[in-house]
Unconditional design. Structure first.
Length: 329
């Protein structure tokens, strides 16, 4: 039973895996429960092993089912990409692009790039998922996201089937509100940081590890993390309203100099790393992916050009100019 000739079985399998029960999946697909049960059993008969463990409150995937699910998601994604590209030829660019973004990118460049993308492809729908690497990378590798723009992993070599497009390097720095007493100092040590609480975005494990290393190497204590949030804007508001410290890419401060936070002159960089886009290799010629990367490249080039430009009184020039912002219709 070549699987490609029985793609409907994969559709049914994905529906049951996603819904967690045959009854809910049957309702979502608009088919009868016996027909859906028969479809799943045909797939299990083909492999000779159970794909689901039947439970009183639904269906749970077996190890074989988990393995098939990863492939089925990628096959489903490829079919969706093919359909979107074919419709683009007949109806203008359409379809859906699922973007993942790291905290810096999701709060600054990606929203502007999406606006440009939809100017080129006005019928394209976009889904944006912002999170740390440990959250968005697995979604990309499982086929739940099409492209992720983020700090690139330390390993350097992406998983099979994933391509990389590099942007610029990010340097993470300690930040605080404009009125925090440490921002007025000429230099700050880890000992100076110790009395203050920290507010971090989603308790990024990688960031916390790098931060702990930097503080330890400077003779300081581990950070006292008192607040963690899934919202970058919430973290920034906390910094502006209290004596908290946090970490963010220094490029964020160049892009948004008016945000009300600034770098603390801690004498060590927390972490420097390349940033870029990770996407499924089969999407290399997919027009929305290439248009998105092109838009990010253009905005990133402006950020890089203004990195060392200073305005009057030493204020950093805003790297995102009015040309990047599209007026309301």
């Amino acid at each position: 039973m070549p699987l490609l000739r029985n793609a409907a079985l994969l559709r049914d399998f994905l529906a049951v895996a996603g819904a967690g029960s045959v009854s809910a999946a049957a309702q979502a697909l608009g088919v009868s429960q016996p027909a859906l049960t028969k479809s799943v059993r045909r797939l299990e008969t083909h492999y000779g092993l159970a794909l689901f463990e039947r439970r009183a409150r639904g269906m749970a995937l077996t190890p074989l089912g988990e393995t098939l699910l990863a492939h089925a998601k990628l096959i489903d994604a490829q079919c969706r990409f093919a359909d979107a590209e074919m419709r683009a030829f007949t109806k203008g660019a359409a379809g859906r692009l699922r973007i993942g973004a790291g905290p810096f990118w999701g709060a600054t460049v990606i929203p502007l790039a999406i606006v440009r993308l939809q100017q080129q492809l006005p019928n394209l729908e976009v889904e944006l998922d912002v999170g740390v690497n440990t959250i968005i990378h697995p979604k990309l590798f499982a086929g739940d996201l099409d492209i992720v723009v983020c700090a690139l992993p330390d390993a350097g070599v992406p998983p099979p089937g994933i391509d990389v497009h590099r942007f610029f390097d990010l340097t993470m720095r300690v930040i605080a509100g404009d009125d925090h007493p440490l921002v007025r100092r000429r230099q700050v040590s880890a000992t100076d940081l110790a009395p203050y609480p920290w507010a971090l975005y989603q308790r990024d494990r990688e960031m916390v590890a790098k931060l702990m290393t930097a503080l330890r190497d400077d003779g300081g204590a581990p950070p006292r993390v008192m607040v963690e949030s899934s919202s970058v804007l919430a973290v920034l508001e906390i910094l502006k309203s209290g004596p908290y410290l946090s970490c963010i890419a220094d490029t964020f401060l160049r892009v948004r100099p008016d945000i009300g936070v600034r770098a603390v002159p801690f004498r060590r960089d927390i972490w420097s790393c390349p940033s870029g886009a990770l996407y499924h290799r089969t999407l290399h010629q997919f027009a929305p992916v290439q248009a998105l990367i092109g838009a990010i490249d253009e905005i990133s080039a402006r950020i890089s050009r203004t990195a060392k430009v200073r305005g009057k009184a030493g204020a950093t020039v805003n790297a995102i100019s009015s040309a990047d912002r599209v007026p309301s219709p």
